[in-house]
Design a protein around this ligand. Structure first.
Ligand SMILES: Nc1ncnc2c1ncn2[C@@H]1O[C@H](COP(=O)(O)OP(=O)(O)O)[C@@H](O)[C@H]1O
Ligand SMILES: [Mg+2]
Length: 474
């Protein structure tokens, strides 16, 4: 059969990441459901068949996260920081409110001594100008001459807060009570008038001792491995000063979220799920509760006494596992996934149909576009890749058809592309693919060809080493 295109430059690469996964139609169908219904997935299959790709595609279908997770300092019990989960709307409203404290007035509406102190009014001629201009544009006097009377401020009943551009002024109300106002410059060079109460509230909202653990703006795809328990489940770091109020670091600042929390409202992808070992139990708890406490995981650290309870971790688990490793999965974890999700067997090969050959052409185009450093492939190159694909299906999986172990194919395409670059060729051709095939063999394959069997290869290696050593020593 021949293709209707001249080169893969004419082959369309789909924008939707799910459509870029080739030959796994069943898996794609289930993945779509998983994303829409928030179900877990266990992807079982040979390496390089698209498990990671599929997990990423599921994540890309999810809506943006809606919550931010933070901890607040707990005044009474610092070792129990307070959890705070806020929606985007709540965060936006708070921000707006903090801009809305008090009342904004024009400098001409403020008492003369206030506009003078804040640098709007000239002390000599009384004209108003922008506070950023140091010299009065009307009379040329300097606006910021310090009062020669060191008690001047006190006498006037004013207290200027240095460098904050703020003036406190009190006045006596008709009922004899004193009332204090705070005047401050706004970023748009106006004046904000705050009552003492407004001021206190504004200060509090700005100075709250708060640490964001999981930000609102985050990826919906989080990949984790069981290599580090603390990275997986969260931790409270050690403080040599034991959280001492002056020289130590407050506990809430030492709390760190784990991958399970980062994946809240997204996908938690675990490649080689079977390597998680004991952590599988924690993962199971996290999936059941949709929340997991963060504690210091090193018992000898000062972090061990700190705990934040029930930190949300409502994620979609996508686990990948090789067929041979299914047995080492925790049965309870598997039944959890099956009870609230799907197990999918990835295919390792597909029929050699016209449609599927076109899919391989799409795959070649995709890999070339993704790589970005190699030219497109002409149709002879794609034919050659198809030949190899048939061979792999037969040799590895004893199947007739086209292989779906596409990571290996991807390596082959890149190598052929590099040869085309060396050749300064416009396209990758069949000759480049054949050349690449010579070099793309893994070390094991190369050894197999050089030595009749593994045992002999090992012996030959051993003999060489012994010889070398012997002559050296003598
Ligand atoms: N089904 C597939 N469709 C398209 N490309 C694939 C497919 N499977 C693997 N690949 C290619 O191989 C690379 C590795 O695939 P990956 O998803 O990591 O496989 P796995 O996780 O199953 O080991 C991908 O980035 C892609 O280039
Ligand atoms: Mg992978």
């Amino acid at each position: 059969m021949t293709f209707s295109f001249e080169s893969t430059a004419e082959v369309e690469v789909p924008k939707n990441p799910l459509e870029r996964v080739i030959g796994q139609d069943e898996a794609i169908k289930i993945a779509k459901i998983a994303a829409a219904q928030k179900r877990h997935l266990l992807l079982v299959g040979a390496p390089g068949t698209g498990k990671s790709m599929l997990a990423q595609a599921v994540a890309s279908l999810l809506p943006k996260p809606k919550h931010e997770i933070a901890v607040l300092h707990n005044q009474e019990r610092p070792e129990r920081p307070i959890l705070e989960v806020k929606t985007k709307e709540q965060l936006e409203n708070e921000k707006k409110e903090s801009q809305e404290y008090g009342m904004i007035i024009h400098p001409s509406q403020a008492p003369a001594f206030v506009s003078e102190k804040l640098g709007f009014r000239c002390r000599r001629c009384g004209a108003l100008s922008a506070s950023t201009v140091p010299v009065c544009p009307f009379c040329g006097a300097e606006k910021f001459v310090r009062s020669s009377n060191p008690f001047g401020d006190l006498i006037l009943g004013l207290e200027k807060e240095k460098s904050e551009g703020r003036v406190h002024a009190s006045r006596v109300k008709p009922d004899g009570k004193e009332e204090t106002f705070i005047y401050e410059k706004t970023p748009s060079d106006m004046i904000r008038v705050l009552s003492q109460d407004d001021f206190r509230r504004m200060r509090e909202s700005q100075k709250r001792m708060r640490k964001v653990l999981v930000p609102l703006l985050r990826a919906t795809f989080v990949q984790a491995s069981g290599a580090s328990e603390t990275e997986f489940l969260g931790d409270v770091k050690h403080d040599p000063y034991g959280g001492h109020p002056e020289i130590g670091t407050q506990p809430y600042l030492r709390v760190a979220a784990g991958a399970i929390h980062d994946a809240h409202e997204g996908v938690l992808f675990i490649d080689e799920l079977s390597t998680l070992g004991n952590i599988q139990r924690y993962l199971l708890t996290a999936m059941q509760e949709k929340a997991f406490s963060i504690v210091g995981r090193n018992p000898t650290s000062t972090g061990a006494i700190v705990k934040v309870e029930n930190v949300p971790c409502d994620f979609i688990l996508v686990g990948a596992v090789n067929i041979n490793d299914i047995g080492s999965l925790l049965p309870a974890l598997r039944s959890r996934i099956r009870g609230d999700g799907y197990e999918i067997l990835m295919k390792a090969h597909m029929d050699d149909s016209r449609e599927n050959r076109m899919k391989i052409a799409q795959f070649v185009a995709q890999e070339i576009v993704k790589d970005g450093k190699i030219p497109h492939a002409d149709k002879t190159a794609v034919e050659e890749i198809l030949k190899e694909s048939r061979k792999w299906a037969k040799e590895i999986d004893s199947a007739s058809g086209l292989t779906l172990r596409l990571r290996g194919m991807s390596g082959l395409i890149k190598l052929a592309g590099d040869f085309a670059i060396v050749d300064k060729a416009k396209y990758i051709s069949a000759a480049h693919v054949r050349e690449a095939l010579k070099y793309s063999k893994s070390v094991e394959e190369q050894i197999k060809e050089t030595y009749p069997n593994w045992w002999k290869a090992g012996m030959a290696d051993y003999a060489v080493r012994r010889e070398g050593k012997g002559s050296d020593a003598l």
